[in-house]
Design a protein around this ligand. Sequence first.
Ligand code: B16
Ligand code: MG
Length: 226
Amino acid sequence: MIEACIFDLDGVVVDTAKYHFIAWKALAEELGFVFTLEDNERLKGVSRKQSLEILLEIGKKQFSETEKLAMAEKKNTLYVTYIEKMTPEEILPGVEKFLQELKSNEIKTALGSASKNAPMILERIGLTGFFDVIVDGNSISEAKPNPEVFLKGAEKLGVQPEHCVVFEDAIAGVEAARNAKMYCVGIGQPENLGLADFVIPGFDGFTLEKLKKELTASFRFPKGKV
Ligand code: B16
Ligand code: MG
């Protein structure tokens, strides 16, 4: 029985990857190397600190911890100038309708994001009130695929993990959901998110009835847990 739905933020509720890209690209240029859109894919769902490590690995650069801290801070300052301007129009298609449907069916909702900027983004897009609980990069110590972010969400909601469904767009996030022993709906392409119970391209036209139907179908063909 589904008692709660836990949503990742970037790539599920909004597309902030494009703003992360602009800001990381600017840092790479300053350091003298090229950072591509393909490289940016590797940063999805990954914490800010880990993202910087990947970026520096791509550019084959080494810095002290103090320097890295300053770089992450600088990237974030530029990123924030973009997300500050976000509006409700940036909510991905069908998300608000689906959240409303969950509310009217008394299914609890949580946000489970790696982003430390999640509260600001939710404010800008006007969705803060839609979530019963918010767990973000400020309240976790372990990054996805560690299940901490989702387990904390379930605990705060007072729901057992096996009654939770996670919506995730990143491989590390799908793994985190499986590690939490929760159901997982992948958002994106099935070839990238094979560990999810099932995958949808987005929430446009998606309903609670479809969720229940797809999950019931996937029980008949259970996938291995990670
Ligand atoms: P911040 P999610 C993640 O959000 C992004 O996908 C990832 O690219 C980013 O590095 C991470 O948040 C940290 O974000 O720098 O704002 O703390 O997908 O977990 O909602
Ligand atoms: Mg994401």
